[in-house]
Design a protein around this ligand. Structure first.
Ligand SMILES: [Zn+2]
Length: 277
């Protein structure tokens, strides 16, 4: 039988207890620093922990041949991008509707558009999306009993796309219409409202800056005069951000020259500082 005094028992534990408290405190300090940094410099301190996931050679050639954004990245960024696309594909369920067969090309390109929009963020994988439903063409939506080209349904955690319109969206690069970017932005904005991670906090801050811009008389007048953004943008705050993202992705130079501040806040919101943007 061994009877230990409580003090004896604690004595050998003490170094571990100190270590745990110390580590906990160091972690806390790091988080404080990280948040300060993200706020001060309008970007996360780092975007990647590990980059290890690979794509198959078929998947890589789809990116190389069909996705021009990929070719604008540096070798290091390409590795990061492939890792992200691979993770995205493995995490989401792709479902074909109305008899459409889901191909590797569809999976890669839809994932690539999502990962492109979130490439400046640390949190890139759209927690509010679990299922991706692909229709061959416009589809009937019960939400408002109308035909849709795409929608994001947060209740069903589903991104729904017409493949025809999705393809036109990223292939025609000068019409400021990009269905994939539009719907992914809806998912990103709703996520920013629900969570409190670094990227969501940054989103909220820059979104406020964007709204403030819209209250300035000269910006309002210019928007009215030029009708630069298509009318649909002014449906509500969600459609505004989704359309803003389409213009940002498709015609950055034009957007920047017309509305430099709106452009700059959008760029900060996405931390989009690569591929020549
Ligand atoms: Zn929309």
């Amino acid at each position: 039988m061994l009877i230990l005094q409580p003090d004896d028992n604690a004595a050998w534990l003490a170094p571990y207890a100190y270590a745990i408290v110390f580590l906990g405190f160091a972690f806390f300090l790091f988080r404080v620093f990280e948040n300060w940094y993200a706020n001060a410099y309008d970007k996360p301190l780092y975007r990647h922990y590990f980059v290890f996931r690979k794509l198959s050679s078929t998947q890589i050639s789809i990116l190389e041949n069909d996705f021009s954004f990929y070719s604008l990245l540096s070798d290091k960024e390409k590795r990061q991008f492939r890792h992200r696309v691979s993770t995205f594909i493995s995490e989401k369920e792709f479902i074909g509707r109305e008899g459409i067969l889901v191909t590797e090309r569809m999976k890669v390109l839809i994932s690539a558009v999502g990962c492109m929009l979130s490439f400046g963020r640390r949190n890139y994988d759209y927690g509010l999306i679990e299922h991706i439903l692909i229709y061959p063409d416009e589809f009937y939506s019960k939400i408002n009993n109308a035909m849709h080209k795409g929608e994001f349904n947060p209740y069903g955690k589903a991104l729904v796309l017409s493949w025809k319109d999705f393809e036109e969206g990223y292939q025609i690069t000068n019409d400021n219409r990009n269905l994939g970017i539009h719907e992914f932005m809806h998912a990103m904005q709703l996520e920013a409202q629900k969570s409190r991670d670094l990227d969501s906090t940054r989103f909220a801050k820059q979104f406020q800056n964007i709204l403030m811009q819209l209250t300035h008389k000269e910006v309002k007048d210019k928007l009215d005069e030029t009708k630069y953004f298509r009318a649909y943008a002014f449906t509500n705050q969600y459609e505004f951000m989704a359309v803003l993202a389409e213009y940002f992705i498709e015609s950055p130079k034009d957007f920047k020259s017309h509305f430099p501040k709106l452009y700059s806040y959008t760029q900060k919101l996405l931390n989009f500082r690569f591929a020549g943007y």
